[in-house]
Design a protein around this ligand. Structure first.
Ligand code: FE2
Length: 430
């Protein structure tokens, strides 16, 4: 007897009418068509809807989330005012309030089918209050969210007194990944030195690396080059990510033609954050205003693993957001002009499989032996899911149902027309 049988599902790779058998939290069988003789304690008829592995956010700041307006809002909308505002908020933080906000965000995430999050946590303050708080959150949400923490020296690891020591103490406490912010160090030379130092710390400790890298419109901010070089030098291929990399938007094309193969050879992943990049970058421009997002299709074409992150939800940098990675993919698609069928699929992968690769998630995917963790969307395929920021009908983690949202349909009073509208092709009035 199976624990769960899902029938008539459509999968992101285009397979349709798929049955999936679940036992002990794992996928035990996948079949196009019915699984003969299968009996299950519970059967869910997906009715042609899209069954995807859960959404994965490879870049977030859970220590700052849901703090919008504390102690004031960011009037200029710039990255630098956001950092200054976070500096004003930090002395006011309490562990209890931070944990409560983070847990609320994790509830939102589950409702949206977002079951794995990589969150940076600020290590600049010697008290490591935010680190301890998020380690507690990680423990509490472990049954339903894979929360991976990055030691992030927000004020600059070299620029801050005891910055290196504080970061190492955070890693000693159990923070998973080494972070950095080279473009915020005092000089280009210090930025490059910080990249080298932090990659060496990661190599010594056998940890992954994820740096905020070149989050700037300055075309001469080239720390992604040093990060890629250090990944190669230290044998960290496949274990390093560069987050944001917005300066690449403004770089000289000849230089980029030399840079892309270096990133690809180094196995460095790039994480764009479309919602934040389109709002924070280009703030010093008059017109035309740059979009600021990194060169996503060009990186993908060069063989680089590119993922999309949420970065911020209702915090000193961004007052919008709702833990919806389809909203992130939707913005990424527009900013990068990835409107071809292939491009749309790639945007869906950027918030699912590519992001899972960044986080080195084990058991992720829709194959026999993978975790039975899914989100059932009120959409037929990835394009419709992104177009509609589709309703999450059901969310499972290792075979356990975590969240449900009723099917969304509007009732009309228009004489002679269908009574219900769902905005799905072929489903209106069904
Ligand atoms: Fe960030």
């Amino acid at each position: 007897m199976l624990d769960l049988l899902i029938t008539h599902a459509s999968l992101p790779d285009g397979r349709s009418n798929v049955s999936i058998a679940v036992q002990n939290g794992k996928i035990t069988q996948i079949s196009e068509g019915p699984i003969s003789g299968a009996q299950a304690r519970e059967t869910v008829d997906a009715a042609g809807c899209l069954l995807s592995p859960p959404f994965v956010d490879p870049h977030f700041h859970m220590d700052a989330t849901l703090s919008y307006g504390l102690p004031r809002v960011n009037e200029s909308g710039t990255l630098l005012e956001g950092i200054a505002l976070w500096g004003e908020l930090k002395p006011l933080l309490t562990a209890e309030a931070l944990i409560e906000r983070a847990l609320t965000y994790c509830d939102w995430a589950v409702a949206r089918g977002l079951l794995a999050i990589r969150s940076h946590v600020d290590t600049s303050d010697a008290s490591l209050l935010a680190v301890d708080a998020l380690l507690e959150v990680k423990k509490r949400v472990a049954p339903y969210i894979d929360l991976q923490l990055v030691a992030f020296p927000q004020d600059g690891v070299l620029r801050t007194k005891d910055g290196v020591d504080n970061l190492k103490r955070a890693l000693d406490k159990g923070v998973d990944v080494v972070g950095g912010i080279p473009h915020f160090e005092r000089t280009m030379a210090d930025g490059a030195a910080s990249v080298k130092l932090l990659c060496e710390i990661a190599a010594e400790r056998g940890l992954l690396v994820d740096m905020h890298c070149d989050e700037s419109d300055d075309p001469l901010s080239r720390h992604i080059e040093t990060l890629s070089f250090e990944a190669q030098r230290l044998g960290l291929q496949g274990r390093v990510s560069g987050s944001h990399c917005t300066s690449m938007h403004s770089m000289d094309n000849y230089y980029v033609s030399k840079l892309l193969p270096l990133i690809a050879e180094s196995g460095v992943s790039v994480i764009a954050n479309p919602l934040i990049n389109i709002t924070l970058q280009g703030r010093h421009d008059t017109y035309p205003k740059r979009r600021g997002m990194t060169r996503v299709p060009e990186l993908m074409a060069a063989g680089v693993n590119v993922a999309f992150g949420n970065d911020c939800v209702m915090d000193p940098w961004y007052g919008m957001g709702s833990a919806d990675l389809l909203e992130v993919a939707h913005m990424g698609l527009h900013v990068a002009q990835m409107t071809s069928q292939k491009g749309i699929r790639q945007c869906f992968e950027a918030v699912t499989t590519n992001a899972a690769k960044v986080m080195h998630l084990k058991g992720y995917g829709l194959e026999v032996g993978c975790d039975a963790s899914f989100v059932l969307l009120q959409a037929r395929d990835p394009a419709e899911a992104i177009r509609l920021r589709a309703n999450r009908l059901k969310v499972w983690k290792k075979g356990v149902l975590l969240a449900e949202t009723p099917e969304v349909a509007t009732k009309l009073n228009t004489a002679g027309r269908p009574e219900r509208v769902t905005f799905q092709i072929g489903k209106a009035g069904a």
